[in-house]
Design a protein around this ligand. Structure first.
Ligand code: ADP
Ligand code: MG
Length: 385
């Protein structure tokens, strides 16, 4: 999925109205009926058809023929456009550069502001892989059938934003979060290599301790990273210091499976150090001891509580967690080397997945949106904009 920055300039204000109407309509319709698009945009029917045709030509929306009615849905491209437009209107992003990463559930770009300062833009793409599997297990979603890629991707971005902010404010080595819109996060560019790409370090023991100390520091602040591995640890090029990224799966130490998540993070580091640096230590943190100590020393603030209070509440966390757990269950094997190869095959699935959806009455509060400054923004406290 390419992010087409050139498109940003070639959408007229009427087209933008229509695109925004499709986004709003998709809160309760997986396929937004053309009449509804006309209604929301406040433009005459005939005019809308032409505008929507030109949006469809540029793949910002796509036409879906439904058994009940014909309509349109927003594409990734359309959603990207809306987010980029919001970031650019606010002056956060001025230009888009190279794509530096394609994760399973994100795309990463280098972007710059008007002064040419480089930053990292992460676009969350939940549902790219396993949406079909989710649909099959639809019962778990209960009333939340409308849990679409758009909604899940936005939740993931909001969660990552909330955690990155709180962690950065409390002095954890994470990138500085700069802005957030829809499914996107803008953050500081770290001049670093992922640990995964590093063949040698001056002192594996020192780095090992630094990483284990970080796991402990997280836990004492009530948090477990949940994906603490060689892909999500960057090593600064100049200083060799670690920086931790990628937070959509963070859990609280009060989570019912906290110990399991904690041990998995610890084990990831131990395994990697054994394999890559032939470094093994008898010392590694134990969950119970670590959390029991948190009340004894000074650092007993609970960042899980701070995050929950910051707008990304427990309800949102729960919805995202259910989604992530159900995706994880669908993943064959957990060996990372294998996973990398599987990614490519799976990407092809993305287009055909979200049809056959019936109209949706029940709607999540947090999906409510309103038009602000000509751009559509979530209206709940769920974003930290
Ligand atoms: P995913 O959820 O797809 O794993 P990540 O947040 O882990 O996404 O980012 C994927 C890759 O993009 C990282 O391994 C790293 O190489 C690069 N990257 C992400 N954020 C930054 C950043 N702030 N600075 C530099 N590189 C980054
Ligand atoms: Mg990652």
């Amino acid at each position: 999925m390419k992010l087409d920055a050139t498109d940003l300039r070639y959408v007229t204000s009427d087209e933008f109205r229509v695109l925004t109407a499709v986004e709003m309509g998709s809160k309760n319709h997986e396929v937004v009926p053309t009449v509804l698009i006309a209604q929301i945009s406040g433009l005459r029917n005939g005019g809308v058809n032409k505008l929507i045709g030109s949006l469809a030509k540029r793949n910002l929306v796509s036409k879906v023929q439904n058994s009940k009615y014909d309509g349109y849905r927003l594409t990734y491209g359309g959603y990207d456009y809306l987010a980029m437009r919001a970031l650019s209107k606010r002056g956060s992003v001025h230009s888009v550069g190279n794509q530096i990463g394609v994760g399973k559930e994100s795309d990463i770009y280098i972007v710059a502001d008007a002064d040419g300062k480089e930053m990292v833009l992460k676009l969350h793409r939940l549902g790219r892989i396993s949406f079909r599997a989710i649909k099959e297990k639809r019962d778990y979603l209960g009333k939340r059938k409308s849990a679409s890629w758009m909604y899940m991707s936005r939740l993931a971005a909001q969660k990552e934003w909330a955690f990155m902010k709180v962690l950065h404010e409390h002095g954890f080595p994470v990138p500085l979060p700069i802005d957030q819109a829809r499914h996107c996060i803008l953050m500081e560019f770290i001049d670093a290599y992922p640990l995964r790409q590093i063949a040698e370090v001056p002192s594996p023991g020192k780095l090992y301790s630094a990483l284990m100390d970080l796991i402990v520091r997280f836990a004492r602040a009530g948090l477990i990273h949940g994906d603490f591995n060689e892909f999500n640890i960057l090593i600064r090029r100049e200083s060799g210091e670690p920086v931790v990224i990628d937070f959509p799966q963070m859990v609280s130490t009060s989570h019912e499976n906290a110990e399991w998540y904690f041990n998995r993070d610890v084990e990831c580091i131990r395994t990697f150090f054994k394999r890559r640096f032939q470094y093994e230590s008898a010392l590694y943190p134990k969950f119970r001891k670590t959390v029991a100590e948190d009340s004894e020393d000074g650092e007993n603030f609970r960042l899980d509580v701070v995050v929950a209070a910051s707008g990304f509440g427990r309800k949102d966390q729960k919805i995202l967690e259910e989604y992530m757990e159900s995706v994880q269950m669908d993943e064959p094997g957990t060996d990372e080397d294998e996973e990398e190869e599987e990614e490519e095959e799976e990407e092809d699935e993305e287009e055909s997945e979200e049809e056959e959806e019936d109209e949706e009455e029940s709607e999540k509060e947090s999906q409510k949106s309103s038009v602000v400054d000509g751009a559509l923004r979530p209206s709940t406290g769920a974003t930290a904009e």
